[in-house]
Design a protein around this ligand. Sequence first.
Ligand code: SF4
Ligand code: SF4
Length: 303
Amino acid sequence: MAQGVVFDIQTYSLHDGPGIRTLVFLKGCPLSCIWCQNPESQRHYPEVLLYSERCAGCGQCLPACPNQAVQIFEGKSHTRRHLCGGCGKCVEVCLNEARVMAGRTMSAEQVFQEVIKDEIFYKNSGGGVTLSGGEPLAQPEFSAAILQLCKQAGVHTAIETTGMVDWDTFKKVLKYTDLVLYDLKHMNSAAHRRCTGVPNELILENVKRIHNELHIPIIARIPVVPGYNADPHNIEATATFIAAELGLDTKVNILAYHRLGEGKYSRLEKDGQVVNITPPGAEEMSKLQKIMEAAGLTVTIGG
Ligand code: SF4
Ligand code: SF4
């Protein structure tokens, strides 16, 4: 049975697809978005999160580490990340819960058993399971196995994806997918690369193929990040692409950048990577919504 690395499972969600849903967050992502709000999802392997404010500096984690990755500096524990193998031994000995693992290896069957516990809620609400991340396509066999088990049990399946994967791999997961929540971050490929580390050609090609060849419903999701992709010109170009290539039945969610993920960078001891982005206000979101609606699309703020 396929195995993979999961960093969170959230139940009773009213976001990321219809009805009441269980969200399964998988680790690993081929993008590195400047504004990433789940930096603990980017790497493919389990990582230690350090809650420094809980650390008493007792030093129990030092001898526990087989790689000499832990140091005490100015009364607090730190991790030399390049030495850390993610074994979790320091987490086991920390009584203050200052060290917490992000990511655990699970089998597809174990994930399915978690998902199916809420079957009654899915039936009553039209909900189901959504695989998110990170990027579910970064663990394609694992994602396909989870979705296959869910579909066999009659559970509605969705994936939230960046679409950055070769088509043959994508199809193996889409075979068991009822709905695709597809991120579109920038229409200009050079700007897309500056924001995310990768160009957008494959992403745009894949979403067209999902629509034209597989006819799976798509919800286009646009993160609105001032200073990066929120200018009216890009939003208008995104609307034009969706209307022309995916059709006016494709619903659109525009998602305002928020700052909730910023604290996570210090948990990963990556302070230097936080960028200073001011979230868009309600008025700006409404203006962008109207720009997209002018193309004939149905656009929701949030989703
Ligand atoms: S991380 Fe935990 S075990 Fe390590 S020094 Fe801090 S409180 Fe002690
Ligand atoms: S997870 Fe393992 S290797 Fe990494 S700091 Fe903790 S004990 Fe050391």
